[in-house]
Design a protein. Structure first.
Length: 550
């Protein structure tokens, strides 16, 4: 009995001790809405202390009447908010449906214990990817240990996804882009609060990958975001990417309403009706409708649900055409680091997918980018030329590397290079191509040469995957140095550095100099030169501007 009593006593003491490490008075920070309690941890490699404040609400829960509405800033709370763990991510998926609607939380990681006297540090704000339908900002997925070891503050947050984040009726009843407006509110929260966490609100780098990268591009162009960030990092996506603009959202919304038996006679009746459904049921039905829309239409014309061009109204986040905006120079003049991976379109072409691809053999016009506005009288000839260049005599449905290269160029490289080319006329642009075929994002047994979409993330975020070789760690040290140099200085190679092989990465110019990040760091010119020359000539011959995407 004494032994059992002793065991329970020790357990209680340990629990109290553990609780004390979590709820320390010196890790309570004041925000504009109230106090938050953080926790102290150690980085995975060097064991340096860092301080995290996770799951801080920056908006009211977008539920009930706030569903499908722009985000509302969080009201003040009493007491101390527990910010020691990740909170729910936003609703996504269909089988099963995951996440919650009450998901608008922000995370702050700082290498310096917050205090009134701490020196404000350069800060990176991260926007996750996931096709505007998935993704989250959890520490498990985006652990910033290596960045913190370089003495920068890192902020991440959730934003609404899918129909819940990007519903649009094409008019001012529901103009759309609420997911982007969530991001905007998070940036405003950072401006107002990050100083209390030792971050510098006047030294913010906005960064993202894939859909997060396209989001950064929209913030660069939106008047609403001006002044909220001072540098930009864009990895594998821009607003000019075909998938980065959704062209059929009102149509998708109407189909969802019909499927659910909602009165679709007016925009208001649709929105009001969709607000009444259970979250899981609505998400399941919306996902099924979106999948059907992809099968029934050309998926190369953009995501079914995502960013839209809003009608002009006072609260519009984005209007106009991206290519025109970038061409005119009417965008935020901030230094940019941007690029792509060497084979973004890597894919496992199973039989059902190959059967789906037969439509491009039967009707090659579907291969033409929708933004080119090709005249119908020459569409067939243009499609024949395009198909011949990438596939030769091989049917699209039977191709392998040919299709991967086409998807890479068509969905990523062309638009990223064009965005960089337009931006470099006004701001420094550091362009890269990531070609290192390592194992830090899980690709240990590579069967296809080339680096696929998102692989570069394992080289500066804490990865769940073990390195395949010692050289993986060398590449990681280089990526961390390049990215944090840019976050601190707006220049990824401000001085000679042996870790970076004493490379000086020069900004993009008319010769399109870029850095190839492979086994070594190599400065070269004109990414994917031959294929991009083909596209330049192709747009010149068959394209009819103005272009929305590119």
């Amino acid at each position: 009995m004494l032994g059992l009593k002793y065991f329970f006593s020790c357990t209680i003491i340990i629990a109290i001790a553990n609780s004390a490490t979590l709820f320390r008075e010196d890790l309570i920070v004041q925000t504009t809405n109230g106090q938050v309690q953080g926790r102290e941890s150690s980085t995975i490699e060097l064991g340096q202390s860092f301080y995290s404040f996770r799951g801080i609400p920056f908006a009211e829960a977008p539920i009930g009447e706030l569903r499908f509405e722009p985000p509302v800033p969080k009201s003040n709370w009493d007491g101390i908010w527990d910010a020691t763990e990740d909170r729910a991510h936003c609703v996504q998926g269909a089988d099963p449906v995951m996440g919650e609607e009450d998901c608008l939380f922000i995370n702050v990681y700082t290498p310096t214990k917050p205090s009134a006297s701490c020196e404000p540090l350069p800060t990176m704000v991260w926007i996750y990817g996931g096709g505007f339908e998935g993704g989250d900002s959890t520490y498990d997925l985006y652990g910033p240990d290596y960045l913190l070891e370089k003495n920068v503050v890192v902020v991440s947050f959730n934003y609404r996804l899918g129909l819940l984040g990007f519903l649009s009726t094409g008019d001012t009843v529901a103009p759309g882009n609420n997911g982007l407006k969530d991001q905007l509110l998070a940036l405003q929260w950072v401006r107002d609060n990050v100083r209390n966490f030792c971050g510098n609100p006047d030294d913010i780098t906005l960064a993202g990958q894939s859909a997060g990268s396209a989001s950064v591009a929209y913030h660069i162009q939106s008047p609403k975001s001006q002044g909220l960030f001072h540098r930009a990092i864009m990895q594998s996506g821009v607003s000019l990417s075909l998938w980065g603009l959704s062209r059929r959202v009102p149509e998708i919304v109407d189909l969802v309403a019909q499927d659910l038996g909602v009165d679709n006679s007016t925009s208001k009746s649709i929105v009001d009706g969709l607000k009444t459904f259970n979250t899981t049921y609505l998400q399941t039905k919306a996902s099924a409708t979106i999948t059907s829309a992809y099968l029934a239409n050309n998926p190369r014309e953009g995501f079914a649900v995502g960013p839209v061009v809003e009608p002009n109204h006072p609260d519009a986040f984005f209007t106009g055409k991206s290519h025109e905006i970038m061409s005119s120079g009417e965008f935020a003049k901030v230094p940019i680091l941007m690029g792509f991976n060497s084979l973004e379109g890597t894919y496992n072409f199973e039989l059902l997918f190959r059967l789906y691809l037969v439509q491009y053999d039967l009707n090659p016009v579907k291969l033409l980018p929708i933004d080119m506005n090709v005249d119908s009288s020459v569409a067939s000839a243009a499609a024949k030329k395009l198909k011949s260049y990438y596939f030769g005599w091989i049917p699209v449905s039977m191709s392998n590397m040919e299709l991967m290269r086409f998807l890479s160029d068509d969905q990523f490289v062309r638009s990223i290079r064009e965005f960089a080319r337009l931006a470099q006329k006004h701001v420094p642009v550091y362009m890269y191509r990531f070609s290192y075929e390592g194992g830090l994002w899980g690709y240990h047994n590579r069967t296809i040469a080339g680096v696929t979409h998102s692989e570069e993330l394992g080289y500066y975020w804490r990865s769940k995957h073990d390195p395949a070789s010692d050289h993986d760690l060398v590449i990681r040290s280089r990526m961390v140095a390049l990215w944090t140099n840019f976050i601190k200085h707006g220049n990824p190679t401000p001085t000679n550095d042996p870790i970076l092989q004493n490379t000086i990465w020069s900004p993009l110019g008319n010769d399109l100099t870029y850095l190839d990040i492979g086994e070594h760091l190599v400065l070269t010119k004109s990414p994917e030169k031959d294929n991009m020359a083909f596209w330049d000539d192709f747009y010149a011959e068959y394209g009819n501007p103005p272009y929305g995407t590119y």
